[in-house]
Design a protein around this ligand. Structure first.
Ligand code: CA
Ligand code: ZN
Length: 317
């Protein structure tokens, strides 16, 4: 196991109500799951997360194919939130992400966008120190993010393995699911049943070769319920924008899903008809690639606060 850099200091703070250790994990988001912890709306929780390999990789000589694939993408949880009921929004503020002092990245022939060109598998264990990942003499400023985070899916979606992103969240691998930002999930089952894992110390948009810098982490969250607000896909609130995070079997389908939801939300919030809103989306909303390497691909549509704030957008739902 890797050591945590500063989680001890965080744990001692008095405002932490709950703590969940990293051995309570799921590998599938299901409609019914046995919660491992219950909390109330508005409370904070510190969640220990495992890296996507459950820390099975300890040296660069290891071969990725030898990893036990029954233990890939563990998500810590599920957490039952007392007030959450279907038709509500679960608001998850990411207050802090502390990552381990080293992470793992790798290449596997056949995997990722240039998988056809990769001749040999490699694993690199990359040290993280003073806010930088040190790779081949380069100092890369880290931007920790949560790769897998989601809630129990709707009955129509059934079981969603943690490696797959969908309407409940899951493996969205989105760089903006980061410290200081807020993620909103559509609650589809009583208690919401939140779980998270697969943090990356740093990842390029797209996650091109199929890993980020995979790290165990300690994630501090504030979780609240907003009653009676229906969305189809998760949203992210940053200081500049609201993002719709949508997935699909390929990038085209993901962009379609992100655009459809964006136009619907904006049309309601701004009281504009379809064509006017579609035009607005074309001139002022940005489609950004989250990841193109998971079983479904993920796009986020960025609606600048100059159009509407997240608060105003949610008001009209
Ligand atoms: Ca991932
Ligand atoms: Zn990952």
């Amino acid at each position: 196991m890797f050591g945590y850099t500063s989680s001890k200091a965080v744990i001692l703070r008095r405002d932490i109500v709950h703590k969940l250790i990293g051995d309570k994990v799921i590998y599938t988001f299901k409609t019914e799951m046995e919660p491992v912890l219950t909390m109330k709306s508005g409370e904070e929780i510190l969640v220990e997360t495992n890296d996507c390999f459950f820390q099975q990789i300890e040296s660069e000589e290891q071969v990725l194919m030898e990893v036990d694939f029954d233990h890939i993408n563990p998500a810590t949880g599920p957490i039952y939130v007392e007030e959450a009921e279907p038709g509500d929004l679960l608001k998850v503020e990411i207050l802090k992400i502390d990552v381990a002092d080293k992470g793992v990245a790798g290449v596997v022939p056949g995997e990722g966008i240039l998988g056809d060109k990769a001749k040999k598998p490699i694993i690199r264990i990359i040290p993280i120190k003073d806010g930088y990942a040190h790779y081949k003499g380069l100092k890369l400023p880290i931007k920790p993010m949560v790769g897998v985070i989601g809630v129990a899916p709707g009955d129509e979606d059934g079981e969603c393995p943690t490696e797959t992103p969908w309407k409940h969240g899951g493996n969205m691998d989105t760089t903006d699911i980061a410290q200081g930002n807020t993620v909103y999930f559509p609650v589809r089952q009583k208690g919401a049943l939140l779980a998270l894992g697969d943090c990356h110390a740093i990842m390029g948009d797209g996650e091109i070769c199929f890993t980020g810098l995979e790290v165990p982490a300690s994630v501090k969250l504030r979780v609240s319920v907003i009653k009676d607000k229906k969305v189809t896909w998760p949203l992210i609130e940053t200081k500049d924008s609201t993002m719709v995070v949508a997935s699909g079997d390929d990038v085209d389908k993901a962009i379609y899903n992100a655009t459809e939801e964006t136009v619907e939300l904006l049309s309601k919030a701004l009281d504009m008809d379809f064509e006017e809103t579609y035009l607005l989306t074309s001139i002022a909303v940005h489609m950004k690639i989250s990841q193109v390497v998971d079983p479904r691909k993920t796009i986020r549509s960025e609606i600048p606060h100059a159009i509407i704030t997240t608060e105003k957008l949610l008001e009209k739902l």
